[in-house]
Design a protein around this ligand. Sequence first.
Ligand code: SAM
Length: 248
Amino acid sequence: MTLRGGRLYYRPFARLPALWFCRLCLGPCGPHFNARGIALFTHIRVALKDYYHTGTPVPSTPTFARLMTRECREALPPRRILEVGPGAGPMTEQIVACLGDGDVFDVVEINADFARNLDRRFLGPARKRVPGATIRMFIDPIQTAALEGSYGFIVSSLPLNNFEPQEVREILARMKGLLAPGGHLSFFEYAGIRRIARPFKKKQDRRRLGDIGRVLTEFDRENGVKKRVCLLNFPPALKRSLQLKARS
Ligand SMILES: C[S@@+](CC[C@H](N)C(=O)[O-])C[C@H]1O[C@@H](n2cnc3c(N)ncnc32)[C@H](O)[C@@H]1O
């Protein structure tokens, strides 16, 4: 309520934006809200320095992170899980929450800032909480990370549309090669992003995006990839998932 020119004004929502911003920055309303704020700022800070590898100004939403990690969260330990490109950790948060004894959780992140942050916020606490799980961080590109064995679940957030078509083909082949028989691979791109971005790109980039589209279509066809759009993400995202045949 404010007094102006001898009149009383009642504006119940006037301070909401400022209050919301303070809560986002300082987190006085609880650790949950604070953690989301930290993730957002970490993501924006790294994206400003390295947009090529980050590929988006904001992290995925919890709703989309739950969709991306559904297969591995629904399975029981012992599982071998690989996360590629965790960034500020929206998917990591979902995965560590369901880890149990005997699980192996490997994380591959090219950016050392993101990796340090993830170790402090998610992986370190999870190692203490579930000492029977093996949790490892590889600060490397997925193309060359020294991973051993195969995985039942791979969740990747790589910004494939920023890469060269040949690189996309190699990354997809590497991730598929790391799957165990019966294993699940999930990766995503923003829905319709190549079509939306194309008119604003230079000729060379338009050709590159067209070639990436063809690489993905070929991969989808060969592997029976399933697609699901999530509107509760910014921008709306398209999850692609495939399951390798189990050994008979
Ligand atoms: C689009 S961000 C996704 C971040 C987060 N998973 C999310 O959904 O909000 C892409 C992430 O992939 C990482 N990345 C990019 N290229 C990579 C590569 N070749 N190998 C491993 N990580 C990579 C980036 O550093 C960044 O953390």
